[in-house]
Design a protein around this ligand. Structure first.
Ligand SMILES: [Zn+2]
Length: 403
């Protein structure tokens, strides 16, 4: 169900409002005007003196829409086509093979379906990564605000970034940025060039990092299945000297880690490496359901939170996940890490994701935030912990409220 928020000032009342940026409010209400939230609080106070239209949503939890910081819509046609082989590089190879057999029309149709799924799953902001640009016009025409990261893959050192930027990164509706694929598929100089470009324009920079044991092996020794894959694909650079460092210290030495860097995965992270990440205030993006599908390991999420980092959530693509659902990701985080508070998990799925994508107007409900909301029907009377209810109770229909 969808409710288009009126452009006239309107009051929405709900059994509970969970603003995320403030404590939950029982018998709460908010007033919207156009796309913005004007006022939030207990119904009685918000109602006082308000003469506009009123809409009672009833027995629902009203919360901000969710944020999927990392996916690849253009890979959606690979849903159910790949099985984990026990080897990360084996999976990459089968992905490349399967992808080459998919027509542009099929890829487009699947991406459209996936976007629709995200909308129905209550997602109101997405970070989409692609190297074909296939999803750009879908995002532009669709209802979900987005950051589109054009993915750069070049380990040979031959790619000229200036040529790449000529493709045009101007767009009114969606934010466009660049994302180097990973430390093992992008040469060190190119990694630094991309970071200096995104830094100059104040854009988020996103990179897959510390995902598999094979990535660690390659950076430490310059050998292993990743080296063979680069050779097979004509991507090996004979001048490359392995840094003999693990992924996090390597990116730190290249000076690409800062508060505008989204580090996707962070599975292969050890003790003092978390301190490096915390010092740089990077944004960890956890894709736990993808990690478990590929069998690469489990990211140390509680340690990240303890160090003061604010992890956000991504689904990665349908080539390593069966759903693009942040509700499903939150539930999985809760199952794997029962000691992380449900409130923190909801922050990961909303506000912290919006911060990572540099959209301070999304991910919360407060004065000045964009009115992009989700209402969840309550089926069990009053829940003991609203945050826990949000992440664990099977969702019936999700009502979307948007401007
Ligand atoms: Zn990814």
């Amino acid at each position: 169900m969808e409710i288009r928020i009126s452009s006239e000032p309107t009051l929405y009342r709900a059994k509970f409002v969970v603003p995320v940026v403030a404590d939950p409010i029982e018998d709460g209400a908010l007033i919207t005007s156009g796309r913005e939230v004007w006022e939030v609080g207990p119904y009685k106070r918000v109602k006082k003196g308000f003469l506009g239209a009123e809409h009672d949503l009833g027995e629902v939890i009203l919360m901000p829409s969710l944020v999927n910081v990392h996916t690849h819509l253009e890979l959606s046609a690979l849903k159910w086509r790949l099985t984990p082989s026990g080897s990360f590089v084996g999976w990459v190879k089968s992905l490349l093979r399967a992808r080459s057999q998919i027509s542009a029309g099929e890829a487009q149709k699947a991406a459209q379906e996936a976007l629709k799924e995200m909308w129905h799953e209550g997602i109101g902001l997405v970070g989409d990564v692609g190297n074909t640009g296939l999803s750009i016009h879908l995002l532009r025409e669709g209802p979900i605000p987005a950051v589109f990261f054009r993915e750069v893959i070049d380990f040979t050192g031959r790619l000229n970034l200036k040529e790449f930027l000529k493709e045009g990164l101007e767009d009114e509706k969606i934010t466009l940025s660049l994302a180097p694929h990973s430390p093992y598929t992008v040469s060190p100089v190119l990694l630094q060039a991309i970071k200096s470009w995104t830094r100059r324009f104040g854009l988020p920079f996103s990179i897959h990092v510390a995902e598999s044991p094979e990535e660690v092996e390659f950076l430490l020794t310059g050998t292993g299945p990743i080296r063979l894959l680069l050779e097979e694909r004509g991507q090996w650079n004979p001048n490359f000297k392995p840094p003999k460092m693990r992924p996090i210290p390597y990116l730190d030495r290249l000076k690409v880690l800062d508060a505008e860097t989204i580090c996707v995965h962070l599975v292969q992270v050890e003790g003092e490496e978390i301190e490096i990440l915390a010092r740089a205030q990077i944004k960890p993006c956890i894709c736990l359901r993808s990690n478990t599908f590929l069998g690469v390991g489990i990211p140390p999420v509680p340690e990240m939170i303890e160090a003061g980092l604010k992890p956000c959530l991504g689904t990665d693509s349908l080539a390593s996940n069966d759903r693009l659902s942040i509700f499903a990701e939150m539930e999985t985080i809760h199952r794997f890490f029962p000691h992380i508070s449900p409130k923190t998990i909801v922050l990961m799925g909303t506000l912290w994701g919006a911060e990572a994508l540099k959209r301070p107007d999304l991910g919360g409900i407060w004065r000045g935030f964009r009115a992009d909301l989700v209402a969840l029907k309550l089926c069990e009377g009053t829940p003991k912990d609203l945050y826990e209810y949000v992440i664990t109770v099977p969702k019936g229909e999700i009502i979307r409220l948007y401007g």
